[in-house]
Design a protein around this ligand. Structure first.
Ligand code: UT7
Length: 322
């Protein structure tokens, strides 16, 4: 059986930065409220005309370069996104065209903020089964496009960006386990009411924005993230001390701190980019991973646990030896 390993990572953030002070001028909020309740100080926002595929391409090229490969080696492209450029074709198909290497399977998956965990888990299965040897896995979002900039309870929370990994076949793991979950009973706590099959009329009625019952989402997020970490450890026969780094979905600094406290995980071993990236949905985990690889915290041979949580609700873990 083939195992899979992370051969290279990349990340990309749009140049435009929107600070909390900028948001003070747009909605009834204060920079202090945003920072104290979320840990967010600023977020990157795509310029008009800058698309999810543009961000995905830059992150993908950086991951390919870090892996020391040429795009022609890639035999599977998976993009996790909730904010594709078009209804179709997929961002993955567009990305394949940008990379100029044709023929391999390319598709998008949608699990909102857990999207990258799903995409990485699926890529691992492809490689295990012998159906791929070199996967490009991307989480990319222009999430700010589906935000109502007059709704202070959501517009302060999100940003845009992309993160990517090159995952290759290996004779030893690499990815040690993946666990993908969902509970559709929570579908209305965090959602966009408008949708394609309901017709575009509804979209025009101003419902094409993220709606969230933030406080309830917060509580479920902390419980679910904590439980997922403990389940991943138990099913791998590991202890908290065996994990070098925890890379959680980056929604709110208080969610990260409360999760770490709840399960007794040392907060200094939790990678956080909340302060400067805000919540970039499916991009948040690969972006945070890439930041920590490039600044030297995550090193080869270390055990890293990725844990995601998002709309659906969806959640999941990927445990890996980097
Ligand atoms: O990606 C995964 C999904 N997303 C998340 O995980 C986000 C989860 N939720 C959260 O991060 C937090 O619930 C928020 C940051 C969204 C809100 O923080 P909170 O401590 O849960 O506040 P709250 O919703 O209980 O609201 C407290 C007060 C309310 O006022 P009243 O009713 O107490 O008078 C809100 O209207 O804060 C008010 N408020 C604001 N005030 C100033 C809400 N948003 C703002 C704002 N500025 N931007």
């Amino acid at each position: 059986m083939n195992y899979s390993r992370i051969q290279g990572t990349g990340g990309f953030l749009p140049a435009q930065i929107v600070t909390n002070a900028d948001l003070e001028r747009r909605v009834d909020t204060t920079a202090q409220w945003i920072f104290e309740r979320t840990g967010i100080a600023e977020r990157h926002v795509a310029e008009p005309g800058e698309t999810t595929c543009d961000l995905a391409e830059q992150a993908a090229r950086r991951a390919i370069e870090a892996a020391g490969l040429s795009p022609s080696t890639i035999d599977l492209i998976i993009v996790a996104t909730t904010t594709p450029d078009h209804i179709f074709p997929s961002v993955a198909s567009q990305l394949q065209d940008r990379l100029g290497h044709y023929g391999c399977a390319a598709f998008d998956i949608q699990a909102v903020c857990t999207g990258f965990i799903y995409a990485l888990g699926i890529a691992d299965q492809f490689i295990h089964a012998g159906n791929a040897r070199c996967a490009l896995v991307v989480g990319a979002e222009t999430f700010t496009r589906i935000i109502n900039w007059e709704d202070r309870s959501t517009c302060v929370l999100f940003g845009d960006g992309a993160g990517a990994m090159i995952v290759t076949a290996a004779d030893k793991p690499g990815i040690l386990s993946s666990d993908l979950r969902a509970d559709g009973r929570y579908k209305d706590l965090l959602w966009v009411p408008a949708g394609v099959s309901q017709g575009y009329e509804q979209t025009r009625r101003n419902e094409a924005f993220v709606a969230m019952r933030g406080n309830e989402v917060f509580k479920v997020a902390v419980n679910t993230l904590g439980r997922s970490v403990l389940q991943a450890l138990e099913s791998n026969g590991l202890d908290i001390a065996d994990i070098d780094w925890l890379v959680p979905h980056q929604a709110n600094e208080r969610i990260l701190a409360a999760t770490a406290k709840k399960i007794g995980f040392p907060v200094e071993r939790v990678i956080s980019t909340v302060k400067t990236h805000a919540n970039t949905s499916a991009a948040s985990i690969p972006l945070a991973f890439d930041v920590a690889v490039r600044d030297g915290r995550i090193q080869r041979g270390q055990r890293v646990l990725l844990v995601g949580f998002g709309g659906g609700f969806t959640w999941g873990t990927v445990l890996l030896r980097y």
